[in-house]
Design a protein around this ligand. Structure first.
Ligand code: HQG
Length: 180
């Protein structure tokens, strides 16, 4: 496991879920000043000598593109649960997207569709393998749902760019979901 995993989890916690615990305020697109994040992290004895280069290496070492740094600002690209909605760029999705979930949620998803639950958006994956890995977090035999994304888009459902592997949406009715 990369030595940056713990740092990445801490940064995700700050930038997705609890910026106020770090004295940070996200702007409407989720950005904070890198120096402010570094200063906040350094208050914790685990991260007293953290530098910009560590954040850059953390992003490079990651299996997923969870965070990005542009012009001395940093943000999480998806996953947010902060109370004020982070604005994401609307974009036309591919024909199909995928969602990996636990067997125990299927009945509820059939009834209510995919809901964002604790997060701000529903998270969708560009392929089955990624969706499988997402679902494995909650079930050893996850169910992969196939989402008729383009059809939903044509019917007016909004989709947003997360990163190159993750798409976001507000909710997905079950009529757009293939349960296989
Ligand atoms: C389920 C990780 C019952 C949904 C991943 C999911 C992802 C329902 C769970 C990203 C439901 C929410 C997000 C309904 C949805 N009834 N259950 N109507 N609608 N659900 O963790 O998509 O590694 O908030 O199926 O890789 O699992 O952290 O969302 O199981 O990209 O970067 O409610 O987080 O990325 O769980 O994961 P989550 P998710 P990182």
């Amino acid at each position: 496991m990369s030595k940056y995993v713990n740092l990445s989890k801490e940064v995700s916690y700050a930038l997705r879920h609890s910026p106020e615990k770090f004295g940070l305020v996200l702007d409407e697109n989720g950005w904070v000043n890198v120096d402010e994040l570094l200063e906040a992290l350094r208050q914790d004895k685990k991260w007293t000598s953290i530098e910009l280069d560590d954040l850059i290496s953390m992003i490079e070492a990651s299996d997923k593109k969870r965070h990005e740094i542009v012009d001395n600002k940093i943000r999480a690209l998806y996953g947010h649960s902060v109370p004020s909605q982070i604005k994401k760029e609307v974009a036309e999705p591919p024909e199909y997207l995928y969602h990996g979930t636990a067997r125990r949620f299927i009945e509820s998803i059939k009834e209510k569709g995919l809901l964002s639950q604790e997060r701000q958006y529903v998270h969708l994956s560009v392929d089955r393998q990624i969706a499988y890995n997402v679902g494995r977090r909650k079930d050893e035999k996850p169910i992969i749902l196939k989402i008729k994304a383009k059809l939903a888009w044509k019917k007016g459902v909004l989709f947003y760019k997360g990163d190159d592997k993750v798409w976001l949406s507000d909710s997905i009715k079950s009529e757009y979901i293939e349960f296989q």
